[in-house]
Design a protein around this ligand. Structure first.
Ligand code: PLP
Length: 440
C-alpha cells in the first residue's frame, strides 16, 4: 500500500532541486521520482510501488533491469566503453546483421546506428533526399518524429513543440493522418485510408508538390504521441502503390511501434507492406540510448563521409540491443501479442460500463483509450483524461496520456497477466472517481 501523501518527503526534496537546475522545458506528467525497477514494477525514492504501463515512453521493452540485458552491459563495460566510428568492432557488426535480418522487406538491408529517435529520423530524411535527388517530403498531422530541427519540421502533434522555433527545415507538406474515428476529409472511399491516399495524389501532388520533387513520405505505422491511432486496413497498401507509381520512398517511423511492441517486429508488417527505410530507437536497447535506420541496400547508397556521428554503434548500447532482440525473439513478442489481445478485450468490457470511453484501439501492447464527453459528438474529454492519469498514479500505476484526450498503455513486453489485471483495475477505479467529478 502506497503512502497517503505523494510525493513523499524524499521525492519532494528532489523535485525542489530539479526545479532549480533542470531545463523547465521538460513536460512531466506527475511527480514520480524513480528509485529502482524490476520487470514491470517500479519503486520511488519513498518506497512506493507502481505498476508500469508506460515503460519510460514505450522504451523498457524487456522490463526494468532484465538480468540478461544487465549482464550484457556489465560484460561489455569491462572490455571497452567506446571506440570512434572511424574504427570497427564486432558488436556493431553483429547488431547490424541482426537488424538487417529482421528488416521488413525482402531486399538485403544496410544499417546506420545513432543515439535517438530524432537522429534516426534525420538520417532517414537525409538519405531519402540524397538517394532520390528530390527535396520535398510528406508528413502527417498529429505526427511526432522528434525535436531536432529536421525531425521537428515533421512533428505536428502539439503547437508547443514548434512555437518559436521557425524557420524549420523546408520542403515538408503535411496531410491528414488516416484517423477514421476523427476524419478530417470527406470520404471518397469506404476505407478512409484510401481517401487519405487519394487526397495526397489528387490534391497535394497535383497542386503543391510535384511527384518529381517528392523524395519520401514519412509515416508512423501507428501514430504514437498523436494518440495511438491505428490506420484502416486499406491505407498502407494504397500508400505503397502511390509511392511506387511516383518513385517516392516510403519511410516507416517505427521508433515507438517497432521491435516487437505490436506483436510483430515492425508494426507495418500488420499490413503486409514493405517500406524502403525504417527508423528505430526507444525499445531497441531496453533503455540505453540507441537509434537505427534500416534501409534497402539499393537505397542506402550515400558515399563515404555523407553521414556519420561520434557515438554511433556504441558498444554497450549494441550489446544491450543484442540481448534485447534475443529476449523479444524468444517469447516477449508472443507475449506482447497475447497480452495485447487480452488487454483490448478487457478494455472493451470496461468501455461497456463507462460511456466516457469513446474508443479502444491498438495492436499488441500499443493500446490507446480515447475519452470523450459524449460518444455521439465525440467531444474530447481532455481534463477527464488528465484526472484519470493522476488518480491512477496516486493508486499505484504509471500511465501516460497521448493525443489530446487519450490514455496510452505501453508496458514492458514481458508483463504478466496478473499485473495487467491489477493495472486495469486501477484504471477503472481511477476512471470511476474522475467521472464522478464530471465528464469535463
Ligand atoms: N519518432 C517517434 C514515432 C517517436 O515516438 C519519438 C519519440 O517519442 C521520436 C521519433 C523521437 O525520438 P527521441 O525522443 O528518441 O528523439
Amino acid at each position: 500500500m502506497n503512502a497517503s501523501k505523494i510525493p513523499g518527503p524524499k521525492a519532494q526534496q528532489f523535485l525542489d532541486r530539479d526545479r532549480a537546475v533542470i531545463s523547465p522545458s521538460y513536460p512531466r506528467a506527475y511527480p514520480f521520482v524513480m528509485d529502482h525497477g524490476k520487470g514491470s514494477e517500479v519503486w520511488d525514492v519513498d518506497g512506493n510501488r507502481y505498476i508500469d504501463f508506460a515503460a519510460g515512453i514505450a522504451v523498457n521493452s524487456t522490463g526494468h533491469c532484465h538480468p540478461q540485458v544487465v549482464k550484457a552491459i556489465q560484460e561489455q563495460a569491462e572490455r571497452f566503453l567506446h571506440i570512434s566510428s572511424d574504427f570497427y568492432h564486432s558488436s556493431w557488426i553483429e547488431l547490424s546483421e541482426r537488424l538487417a535480418a529482421i528488416a521488413p522487406f525482402e531486399e538485403p538491408a544496410r544499417v546506420f546506428l545513432g543515439n535517438s529517435g530524432a537522429e534516426a529520423v534525420e538520417a532517414a530524411i537525409k538519405l531519402a533526399r540524397r538517394h532520390t535527388g528530390r527535396q520535398g517530403v510528406i508528413g502527417f498531422y498529429g505526427a511526432f518524429h522528434g525535436r531536432t530541427m529536421g525531425a521537428l519540421a515533421f512533428t505536428a502533434s502539439k503547437p508547443v513543440y514548434r512555437q518559436g522555433f521557425a524557420p524549420l527545415m523546408n520542403g515538408v507538406v503535411h496531410v491528414p493522418y488516416p484517423n477514421a474515428y476523427r476524419p478530417l476529409l470527406n470520404a471518397t472511399h469506404e476505407d478512409y485510408g484510401q481517401t487519405v491516399v487519394d487526397y495526397i495524389e489528387h490534391v497535394v501532388l497535383k497542386h503543391v508538390l510535384p511527384p518529381d520533387d517528392c523524395a519520401a513520405i514519412l509515416v508512423e505505422p501507428i501514430q504514437g504521441e498523436g494518440g495511438y491511432v491505428v490506420p484502416p486496413p486499406g491505407f498502407f497498401p494504397a500508400l505503397r502503390r502511390l509511392c511506387d507509381r511516383h518513385g517516392i520512398l516510403l519511410v516507416a517511423d517505427e521508433v515507438q511501434s517497432g521491435v516487437g511492441r505490436t506483436g510483430k517486429w515492425w508494426a507495418i508488417e500488420h499490413w503486409n507492406v514493405e517500406p524502403d527505410i525504417v527508423c528505430s530507437a526507444k525499445g531497441l536497447a531496453s533503455g540505453l540510448p540507441l537509434g537505427a535506420i534500416i534501409a534497402r541496400e539499393s537505397v542506402m547508397d550515400w558515399p563515404t563521409g555523407a553521414h556519420g556521428n561520434t557515438f554511433g554503434g556504441n558498444p554497450i548500447a549494441c550489446r544491450a540491443a543484442l540481448a534485447t532482440l534475443d529476449l523479444i525473439a524468444n517469447g516477449m513478442m508472443r507475449n506482447a501479442a497475447e497480452m495485447g489481445e487480452y488487454t483490448l478485450d478487457a478494455l472493451s468490457e470496461i468501455q461497456a460500463r463507462h460511456p466516457s470511453i469513446g474508443q479502444v484501439r491498438g495492436k499488441g501492447l500499443m493500446i490507446g483509450v480515447e475519452l470523450v464527453k459524449d460518444r455521439a459528438t465525440k467531444e474530447p474529454a481532455v481534463k477527464l483524461r488528465d484526472r484519470v492519469a493522476d488518480r491512477a498514479f496516486e493508486k499505484g500505476l504509471l500511465m501516460l496520456g497521448c493525443g489530446e484526450n487519450a490514455l496510452r498503455i505501453s508496458p514492458p513486453l514481458n508483463i504478466s497477466r496478473e499485473l495487467i489485471d491489477e493495472g486495469l483495475a486501477i484504471i477503472e477505479a481511477a476512471l470511476t472517481e474522475a467521472e464522478a467529478e464530471g465528464l469535463d
